[in-house]
Design a protein around this ligand. Structure first.
Ligand SMILES: [Mg+2]
Length: 379
């Protein structure tokens, strides 16, 4: 049988050993995280993804790509650690602070609150991969503290990137419609991957803050887990019986974001014709055709109406609360209200681009809810 030349190692076909030039120089992608000298043809990558998609859907799973730094952990070179922090680490027996030794440096790393539980919970719904801009040696050592390499289908690091400091799903062996990403840095992802992305608030532990000594209030992984669970459940447990090959996790994610963020749509802002389209779109979670304006309601007060610049609607609001107020919120009782000290700004991102910041009226009382203070303050 004729060789299909699916992959090449050191420019020779891994099956028939012919040089790549004699195989018609097919388009290939380097998969250095599998082998330093391995490249796989675009056709073979597609075939592998098809097989993986079948496996995922049969097992009711999706593929989750996770970032490391500031998403699941925070690390610091030990030599840069403040002496008071060294003392604190020595005196308090953290069960989620580790030291790792690399060939030329030593790091101390702290798991984000809930990281272990998060990984346990998502692994029943997702095949897991790591994608970090950190070096491979570092990534592998960190992964050891997160349950080991066997827990993840792949660990992609700096050496594996196709472009410097840019992440792409081209290196992930699953079709994009089955992939979700959780990362604290949106900019590092190639534009075509933004629809797969759930951004998580950056996690910093060092230098150790006072609250870090007692108990950290970071609940971001809980929030993200709820979103992931919702996407997974809509993807697999919806009414569509033909789930799998036809469904798209990006569309489902969009629908979840809209559901969480866009009850802010003010129907009276739209022409009757547009209203119909808009309603239909939200229901189906597809593109909005002619939305012109959004009306944002925050804590009962209408804010400005930002223009919606393009046809795509995956609007998310993000509130920026300063540390002082964040502390007040953390210390308040669940369900209670907190008087904020000064005007806050509301930032609207649209298709990944910050559109405008809006001033939030001063001295309003803000109800403490998980939603409001994490990602979605559009109510
Ligand atoms: Mg990061």
């Amino acid at each position: 049988m004729e060789c299909s030349h699916p992959s090449f190692k050191e420019n020779k076909c891994t099956r028939c050993n012919l040089p790549i030039a004699d195989c018609g120089n097919p388009a290939t992608i380097p998969f250095r995280y599998i082998d330093d000298n391995l490249s796989i043809t675009v056709d073979e990558v597609k075939r592998v993804r098809d097989v993986n998609m079948k496996f995922l859907t049969e097992n009711k799973k999706l593929h989750l790509v996770l970032d490391l730094d500031h998403t699941l952990i925070h690390s610091m070179k030990i030599k840069k650690l403040k002496s008071t922090d060294k003392e604190t680490i020595k005196n308090i027996k953290y069960d989620d602070v580790f030291e790792i030794k690399l060939s030329n440096s030593e790091y101390v790393l702290k798991l984000r609150p809930g990281a272990r539980e998060f990984l346990d919970m998502v692994s029943s719904m997702f095949e897991l991969s790591i994608f970090t801009i950190g070096k491979r040696e570092y990534a592998h050592q960190v992964v050891e503290q997160l349950g080991g390499l066997s827990r993840f289908s792949c660990v992609i690091a700096r050496e594996d990137c196709l472009k410097t400091r840019q992440k792409t799903l081209d290196l992930v062996l699953s079709h994009k419609q089955t992939v979700l990403i959780v990362d604290d840095t949106e900019q590092v992802w190639e534009k075509s991957c933004k629809e797969n992305l759930i951004t998580i608030k950056r996690y910093d532990f060092f230098p150790i803050k006072e609250e870090g000594i007692v108990v950290e209030m970071d609940k971001e992984l809980d929030r993200v887990f709820e979103m992931l669970r919702e996407v997974h459940s809509l993807f697999y447990d919806g009414n569509n019986e033909d789930y799998g090959m036809k469904k798209d996790a990006r569309e489902v994610l969009k629908r979840v974001l809209i559901g969480r963020g866009l009850s802010c749509l003010s129907q009276e802002q739209h022409q009757e014709e547009d209203q119909k389209k808009l309603g239909k779109c939200i229901e189906k979670g597809v593109e909005v055709c002619r939305v012109k304006r959004l009306k944002i309601k925050f804590n009962g007060a209408w804010l400005e109406n930002p223009c919606v610049p393009t046809k795509r609607l995956d609007c998310l609001g993000e509130e920026r609360v300063n540390n002082e107020d964040q502390k007040k919120i953390s210390e308040s009782k669940e369900g209670s209200s907190v008087a904020m000290s000064r005007p806050k700004r509301l930032r609207i991102t649209f298709n990944g681009v910050v559109q405008k910041t809006y001033c939030v009226p001063n001295r309003k009382r803000y109800k403490k809810t998980h939603e409001v203070f994490n990602s979605s303050c559009l109510v």
